[in-house]
Design a protein around this ligand. Structure first.
Ligand SMILES: O=C(O)CCC(=O)C(=O)O
Ligand SMILES: [Fe+2]
Length: 257
C-alpha cells in the first residue's frame, strides 16, 4: 500500500485514504449510464434510498454464491486500478467479489452503521454524480447495565441499520466525497467506527477545520463557499465477501432467497 501513503487522511484513525479523480468524466458517465439502464427489478427500494447488489444478495448466513462481477464494474476500476494500488492484496480472495450501488437523492442518507463481519474489513467506495459528506463516528462502548441499542449492521437484505447508539459526545469526523473520487476505509476505521450520511438537501459548514480530507480534495475551490446543494449521488462500494460457495457443491445449503 506504499503508493497509497500520500493519499492517507492523516487526521483520521488508521486506515483511511482519499483519491480525487480516481476515474475520469467519461468513465463516470459510462458507469451512470449502465446503472440507470439496468432493468428496474435490479433495484431494491429502501425507505431512504435505493440499492443494487452485484452479483447477488448474500444468503442469510452471509454466504455469496460464486459468480463473476459484470465487466463494467471490474474495468477499469478493479483491473487495473485497484490492482496497481494493491488495495485488496491482503483480502481473502485478493480482489473484491461484491459491489453495492447506493443512490441518494437530495434529502436522502443512511443512518450510522457498521458494515459487519460478512466482509473482509476493507471498503473501497467510488462516488458518482455529485458530492456528499460521509459522517464517521467513534463507536461508543455500551454502558454497563444500560439498554442503549448497539448499532445494527447494514447488509444487502434491505435493512438500514437504523439505530444510532446512545451516549454522549462520540468523536465525529466528516469526509467530503467528490464525484469520481475513491475512498478507502479499512482496519480500525472499519471495525471501530460507524459511518452514515445525513438526510439533508444541503451540506454546510464545509472548511479545512470541519472536513478531514480538505487538503486532499481535487477541487477545493468549489467548496470554499462552505456549502452545496445535494444532487443525485451514487456510490459503488467494493468489498470482499469472506464466505463464498460454488453452486453444485453447497448450493442446496445456501437458503438463497
Ligand atoms: O454511499 C456511501 O458512501 C456509503 C454506503 C454504505 O455505507 C454502505 O453501503 O454500507
Ligand atoms: Fe456502510
Amino acid at each position: 500500500m506504499t503508493a497509497l501513503e500520500a493519499t492517507r487522511i492523516a487526521s483520521l484513525p488508521e486506515d483511511a485514504y482519499y483519491i480525487p479523480n480516481f476515474i475520469n468524466e467519461a468513465e463516470e458517465e459510462r458507469l451512470l449510464q449502465k446503472i440507470t439502464t439496468v432493468p428496474l427489478p435490479r433495484w431494491t427500494q429502501l425507505s431512504h434510498r435505493r440499492l443494487q447488489t452485484w452479483p447477488s444478495a448474500l444468503s442469510k448466513s452471509n454466504i455469496l454464491l460464486a459468480s463473476p462481477l459484470p465487466t463494467w464494474l471490474t474495468e477499469p476500476i478493479i483491473t487495473p486500478r485497484f490492482e496497481e494500488l494493491g488495495i485488496f492484496v491482503d483480502a481473502p480472495h485478493g480482489a473484491p467479489n461484491h459491489v453495492l450501488i447506493n443512490e441518494y437523492r437530495p434529502g436522502q442518507g443512511i443512518m450510522p452503521h457498521e458494515d459487519g463481519a460478512a466482509y473482509h474489513p476493507l471498503v473501497a467506495t467510488v462516488s458518482l454524480g455529485a458530492p456528499i459528506v460521509l459522517d464517521v463516528y467513534e463507536k461508543q462502548h455500551r454502558q454497563e447495565g444500560s439498554d442503549s441499542p448497539v448499532p445494527e449492521q447494514v447488509n444487502d437484505h434491505g435493512d438500514d441499520g437504523q439505530k444510532e447508539q446512545n451516549g454522549t459526545n462520540p468523536r465525529h469526523y466528516r469526509i467530503l466525497q467528490e464525484p469520481r473520487s475513491l475512498l478507502i476505509t479499512r482496519k480500525r476505521m472499519y471495525t471501530d467506527y460507524l459511518h452514515g450520511i445525513t438526510e439533508t438537501d444541503r451540506d454546510e459548514n464545509l472548511s479545512a477545520q470541519t472536513v478531514c480530507n480538505w487538503g486532499l480534495l481535487g477541487d477545493r475551490q468549489r467548496y470554499e463557499c462552505g456549502s452545496y446543494e445535494r444532487e443525485v449521488r451514487m456510490s459503488l462500494t467494493y468489498r470482499d465477501v469472506i464466505k463464498v460457495a460454488k453452486l453444485g457443491n453447497s448450493g442446496r445449503f445456501l437458503g438463497i432467497r
